[in-house]
Structure formats: structure tokens, C-alpha cells
Design a protein around this ligand. Structure first.
Ligand SMILES: Nc1ncnc2c1ncn2[C@@H]1O[C@H](COP(=O)(O)OP(=O)(O)OP(=O)(O)O)[C@@H](O)[C@H]1O
Length: 265
């Protein structure tokens, strides 16, 4: 498979201004993410992970620098986002939620139905298609968000801690379901997480960020063969080494972040 660059980011900086104060959320981020790559972003709280995703989603403008999402097909949306929560439309059924992006693009009804059914099946929600979000568990709601994101068939997927609010067993199940769909579609994914295990399970690459202002400090390649399972991450000695290395790095950055906050006030 050809691994040309799908996302290019050059010298990107983001400063937020509030009254007389300014917060530098990101500083000098340069990155190349290959087509079809699954990249996880790990870093201390407040280091700018969400800000970077929001910039790529066109929800924020960078202060300086630039980025490009290389488009393969003009008919496709550039990106779809999956959040920790707030991802589903409460007054629409499961099926309508999954079909939402496709309807917005005015695709033929038959194609909308086919794609929606396909991804509902993939995430095990076919028989719940007529339910409303208030009737669903947290795990089911996240399945709806994931099905909608993939059904949209975007150029890239941006995921902001989609499983953070789930209990551990549900998290493992959804991680595996996500990997199954990803292996099939080979979408380029940028995935924020606070969990080292999750990053090792999902990512081809893990980007480690500094404390605020966020910079990319290290890129780690995760060589664990696919398909992967959480048991593989837990039992592989190389993954154990990766875990310790990432944890030591994060510990330093979390301490830096805490010290900076204490000095501030
Ligand atoms: N709209 C905004 N206005 C002002 N400051 C902001 C805004 N959005 C984010 N920030 C600040 O930018 C910094 C980075 O925030 P961001 O949410 O991107 O971090 P994060 O790494 O995603 O954090 P967490 O892991 O806790 O979710 C923080 O100091 C935050 O307070």
C-alpha cells in the first residue's frame, strides 16, 4: 500500500487571547501523517491535543503555520470527528444519526440506506436502529458515533478520547470493533487518548506531547503485528518496554505541567 502523506502540518502555533491574558496552546507543530496511518496523541492535560484536532477539523484557526489534508476525492468530506460525548443528535433515531452526514451530502436514498445498514451491522446496532439516544447505553452511543463517522467516508477521522467515559470491559470491546472497521477501511486516523495501553493497542505511531505549550517531543512506532488484541499488548515484552518508556516521558511532562500551574497561582 502506498504511504503518501495524508496530513501535513508545518510550524503550527495557536495562541488564545482572553482579556489581557494569552495562552499558547500549541507551539511549532510540524507533522506528516501517512495515508492510512493510525496515529495516537498522548500528552498531559492541557497540552493542546484537542486544540490540534479542532484546528484540523476547521473549528479553530491556527495563529501561525499551516496544514493540509490531502484530498483524494472532491466528493468526500475532509474530516469526521468522534468525541467523548455529545456525539449523537438526541431527537434522531440511531439510524437517522448514522445517516446524517450522508443525507447532508444529498446522496441517493439507496446508497444512504446501504451504507447506514452496513455500518449499523458492523457495530452491532442493526436491531436498535429505531431507538433514540436516550434509550441507549454509553457504549451504544459511542457505537452510533463511530458508525456515523465511518459511514461519512471522510478523508480523515479525528477522534477525541471517544472511549474515555466507558467502563473497562466496554472500552476493550469498542477498541476491538474500531480496529476491525479500521483494518477494513484503512482510514487515516488521529486519535487522542490518555491511556498508554489504548495508544499501544490502536496506533501505528504514538506522538508524545510536551506540557503546555504543546510541542511534539517524540514519535514512537508501534511494531506489534495486526490484528491486535489487548492481550497481545499486555503479554508482549516489547510492548511492556514501550509502556515504561512512554510512562516515564509522560510522568516528566505531567510534573512540568503541575509545576507551571503552581508557579502561576
Ligand atoms: N477557546 C479557548 N480559549 C482560551 N483558552 C483555551 C481555549 N481552548 C483551549 N484553551 C487553552 O488551551 C490549552 C490547551 O487546551 P486543550 O483543550 O487543547 O488541551 P488538551 O491537551 O486537549 O487537554 P485535556 O487532555 O485536559 O483534554 C489549555 O490551557 C486551555 O485552557
Amino acid at each position: 500500500m502506498e504511504h503518501s502523506s495524508k496530513i501535513t502540518i508545518r510550524n503550527l502555533t495557536k495562541v488564545f487571547y482572553k482579556k489581557n491574558e494569552s495562552v499558547t496552546a500549541l507551539t511549532d507543530i510540524s507533522l506528516d501523517i501517512a495515508d492510512g496511518e493510525f496515529v495516537c496523541l498522548l500528552g498531559p492535560s492541557g497540552c493542546g491535543k484537542t486544540t490540534l484536532l479542532r484546528i484540523l477539523a476547521d473549528l479553530e484557526k491556527p495563529s501561525t503555520g499551516e496544514f493540509t489534508i490531502h484530498q483524494s476525492d472532491k466528493g468526500k468530506p475532509l474530516q469526521s470527528m468522534v468525541f467523548q460525548e455529545r456525539g449523537v443528535i438526541p431527537w434522531q433515531t440511531v439510524e437517522e444519526n448514522v445517516a446524517f452526514g450522508l443525507k447532508m451530502r444529498h446522496l441517493p436514498k439507496k446508497i444512504i440506506k446501504e451504507k447506514t445498514d452496513y455500518y449499523l451491522e458492523k457495530v452491532g446496532l442493526k436491531k436498535y436502529a429505531g431507538l433514540y439516544p436516550k434509550e441507549l447505553s454509553g457504549g451504544m452511543k459511542q457505537r452510533v458515533s463511530i458508525a456515523r463517522a465511518f459511514a461519512n467516508d471522510p478523508e480523515i477521522l479525528l477522534m477525541d478520547e471517544p472511549f474515555a467515559a466507558l467502563d473497562e470491559q466496554n472500552k476493550f470491546i469498542l477498541q476491538e470493533e474500531l480496529l476491525n472497521i479500521w483494518e477494513e477501511t484503512k482510514k487515516t486516523v488521529l486519535f487522542i487518548t490518555h491511556s498508554i495501553d489504548e495508544a499501544l493497542l490502536l496506533g501505528d505511531k504514538v506522538l508524545l506531547m510536551s506540557s503546555q505549550p504543546g510541542r511534539i517531543l517524540k514519535e514512537k512506532t508501534i511494531d506489534l503485528p495486526r490484528p491486535r488484541k489487548i492481550e497481545d499488548v499486555r503479554s508482549d515484552p516489547q510492548m511492556a518496554e514501550q509502556f515504561v518508556d512512554i510512562w516515564q516521558h509522560l510522568q516528566t511532562e505531567v510534573q512540568n505541567s503541575r509545576r507551571a500551574k503552581e508557579q502561576k497561582g
